[in-house]
Design a binder for this molecule. Structure first.
Ligand code: FAD
Length: 476
């Protein structure tokens, strides 16, 4: 869809009728804030930002947009790292942050039913107060919304043991591009009546429907958790330790990797006691019954030492464990202080290829003379090569782009994928054909065409325009 015509006063008035005057923002400065997200280098400008407070309002806004053929870009907190909420064709940014109620915590069925604008960590706190557990925990949990997590199928630091957002969704309420409302799944643990539409909307990046409610699966809160830090002077030794832990039939709750540059940046920023000069650090956590946790954390420490860790430090208290886990969450903020632009990417490989992937990242960075630090979910093979750069420098940005192109090529060559959790959005759409066959892409386009024949929902995302092969990093 090319740029839509600006919304005329008649449409704006109808929008105000639906959501109330304070639910429609047209002031240019305020609108500009909704023209970008956490992805550097991609910007657009919506014609209006609309804040619904109910499913019925979402339904009416989308029906109006369908009638007038106006793009609708669903948006949570805008923390995505793939340009997924950038309004490339103008239109209405549908900000779902006012639909932020936890509607029910059902202890008999172990489910929570929530509106899409609920902040992820708010849900964590609400269920944990009742001894329950919602495992998906993206690094952005303090700001991201459940709707955004669902639409990106977000992962997180507990993904290795507990899986990703999609593994915890049982049912959805979705407003389709026509303005019609459907419900998928529900509280039944088993339900195979028809196609699994719930899974179809998970990870659909706002292109197939607007999620207005979700029923999520909860678990009992683990009784105990322990955290450890293993310090390696050789990258290969850290990678070997990851494989050896899994091969020992231990599935840690968290198994994160930080390279030298990331460790130094985090230490400089947060002073949590990370060692200077280590080539790699593994952050390990286990949770569950106290006895099993103690046994497995000791066993993991032993494996790390055997594989060459110079030092393994097991946190003595919950507070120290929390501090070490927080260090990992600081990684992006710590790196972001170093240069004006931080591009956090998301290359994923089978975990047995981890060391090769880190080496390939380092080689690409050196070849193209750009600074890349790497951290990520080692246990999942999900790495975040993070480039510290300056988007105003076009020459440097061209080198950054070339380096990332090589990094994604390497990921695919090693049997991996172009994104493990951040989604395709705008940033990766030119790379999608590297990962999917033409027939698979055709099926996806057919689904999009069937559900959104006018192409009004989040246009320009996931699928590259015909003839474009590479992404273009726009100037500031
Ligand atoms: C510091 C930091 C750490 C991060 N760590 C992780 C991590 O560990 N794991 C991970 O997976 N991601 C991570 N992310 C990326 C990001 O936080 C996730 O993608 C998150 O799920 C986005 O949530 P959001 O509410 O900000 O969604 P937004 O960015 O607002 O939207 C994301 C996508 O979802 C669509 N969308 C939003 N709401 C709806 C809805 N209700 N219905 C339909 N579509 C909708 C949008 O159109 C867009 O395509 C991180 C980001 C940052 C900045």
């Amino acid at each position: 869809m090319s740029k839509s015509a600006p919304l005329d006063e008649r449409i704006l008035e109808e929008l105000r009728q639906i959501v109330g005057p304070d639910g429609v923002v047209i002031d240019p400065a305020e609108r500009a804030v909704y023209g970008y997200d956490a992805t550097p280098g991609h910007r657009g400008r919506p014609d209006a930002v609309v804040f619904p407070t109910s499913t019925e309002q979402v339904r009416e806004v989308v029906a109006l947009a369908a009638r007038e053929r106006v793009p609708v870009i669903p948006r949570g907190s805008g923390t995505n790292l793939s340009g997924g909420t950038v309004p490339v064709s103008g239109g209405i940014v549908l900000a779902l942050t006012r639909m932020n109620r936890i509607l029910e915590i059902d202890e008999a069925n172990l489910t929570a039913t929530v509106e899409p604008g609920v902040i992820t960590s708010q849900l964590h706190r609400a269920v944990e107060q009742r001894g329950l557990f919602y495992p998906p925990d993206p690094g952005s949990q303090a700001i991201s919304t459940i709707g955004g997590n669902l639409a990106e199928n977000a992962g997180g630091l507990r993904g290795l043991k507990y899986g990703v957002t999609g593994d915890y969704v049982m049912g959805l309420q979705v407003v389709l591009a026509s303005g019609q409302l459907i419900e998928t799944g529900g509280k039944n643990v088993k339900d195979v009546a028809g196609y699994d539409l719930t899974r179809l909307f998970v990870g659909s990046e706002g292109t197939l429907g607007v999620i207005t409610r979700a029923t999520l699966k909860l678990l009992p809160l683990p009784e105990h958790r322990r955290v450890a830090l293993a310090i390696f002077s050789q990258l290969e030794a850290a990678a070997r330790a990851v494989s050896a832990i899994i091969a020992a039939h231990i599935i840690p709750a968290t198994l994160e990797f930080l390279d030298r540059g990331t460790v130094e940046a985090v230490e400089d920023y947060a002073h949590v006691g990370l060692p200077a000069g280590a080539e790699a650090v593994l952050l390990l956590a286990q949770d569950g019954p106290r006895e099993a946790v103690d046994r497995e954390i000791e066993r993991m420490a032993e494996i790390c030492r055997r594989e060459g860790a110079g030092e393994v430090h097991v946190a003595a208290s919950d507070a120290e464990g929390d501090r070490l886990m927080a260090a990992r969450r600081y990684a992006l903020s710590a790196l972001a202080r170093r240069r004006p632009t931080t591009i956090l990417e998301d290359a994923t490989v089978p975990r047995s290829r981890l060391a090769e992937m880190v080496r390939a990242i380092q080689a690409a960075a050196e070849r193209h003379r750009v600074e890349v630090c790497t951290f990520g979910h080692a246990g999942d093979g999900n790495l975040h090569p993070t480039c510290l750069t300056d988007e105003r420098d076009r020459e440097e940005m061209a080198r950054v782009e070339a380096a990332f192109e090589e990094i994604f090529e390497a990921a695919v060559r090693l049997g991996g994928t172009i994104t493990g959790e951040h989604g395709v959005g705008l940033a990766k759409r030119e790379y999608l054909p590297w990962r999917l066959s033409p027939a698979t892409l055709d099926v996806m386009r057919a689904v999009k065409q069937a559900l959104d024949p006018q192409g009004i929902l989040n246009p320009g995302k996931i699928f590259a325009e015909q003839g474009r092969r590479r992404r273009v990093v726009h100037a500031a």
